[in-house]
Design a protein around this ligand. Structure first.
Ligand code: HEC
Length: 150
C-alpha cells in the first residue's frame, strides 16, 4: 500500500515536472523576444538622440526590430500560466482580449515600418516623429497587458 502511494506521488511529480518544462519554454521565449526588442530599441535611441555616432548601424537595428515585432503574436499565442520559479509580467487579460492584443502588436509593426521608411528614405523631418510612434506602440501595449514593476 505504501509503495503504491509512493508510486502515485512520484508519478504526480513526474507529470508536474513535465508540465513545468512545457510552460517554462513559452514564457522564456516571449521574454527573450521582448528583451531583444528592448535591446534594439535602446540602441536606436542612442543613435537617434546622439548618444553615439553609429548611424551606419541604424538600419540593421530597425530591420531587427521589424522582424521581432512580427514575432510577438506567435510568441504569446500559448497561454502559459505563471509559475513561482519563472516570473512573468504578462497579464492574463492578454488571452481574454486576444484580438486587442494582436491589434497592439500590429500597431507596433506599422509604427516600425513607418519609421523604417522615414529613415531609409532619408526623410529627416519625419524621422523623430516616426520614432515617437514606435515608443507609443510599445507603451500602448505595456499599459494594458504588462504588469507594472513593483
Ligand atoms: C502587443 C504587446 C506588446 C508590445 C507591442 C510590446 N511589448 Fe514588450 N512586453 C509585453 C508583455 C506582455 C511583456 C511581459 C512578458 C512576460 O514577462 O511574460 C513585455 C515585456 C517586455 C520587456 C521585458 C522582457 C524581459 O526580459 O522579461 C521589455 C524590455 C519590453 N517588453 C520591451 C518592449 C519594447 C522596446 C517594445 C517596443 C519596441 C515592446 N516591448 C512592445 C507586451 C508588448
Amino acid at each position: 500500500m505504501k509503495s503504491i502511494t509512493r508510486l502515485t506521488l512520484s508519478l504526480a511529480l513526474f507529470v508536474l515536472a513535465g508540465s513545468i518544462g512545457a510552460q517554462e519554454g513559452p514564457i522564456k521565449y516571449r521574454q527573450g523576444v521582448m528583451a531583444a526588442q528592448g535591446g534594439h530599441a535602446g540602441a536606436i535611441a542612442q543613435i537617434a538622440y546622439g548618444g553615439v555616432d553609429h548611424n551606419e548601424q541604424l538600419v540593421a537595428h530597425i530591420d531587427a526590430l521589424a522582424a521581432l515585432s512580427g514575432m510577438i503574436v506567435s510568441a504569446f499565442e500559448e497561454n502559459a500560466f505563471v509559475m513561482e520559479d519563472t516570473p512573468s509580467s504578462a497579464k492574463a487579460v492578454i488571452w481574454e482580449r486576444w484580438d486587442e492584443f494582436q491589434e497592439k502588436a500590429g500597431d507596433l509593426e506599422s509604427a516600425v515600418s513607418a519609421f523604417s521608411v522615414a529613415v531609409k528614405g532619408a526623410d529627416a523631418d519625419a524621422f523623430g516623429g516616426k520614432l515617437d510612434g514606435v515608443w507609443d506602440a510599445c507603451k500602448g501595449c505595456h499599459e494594458t497587458f504588462r504588469k507594472k514593476k513593483e
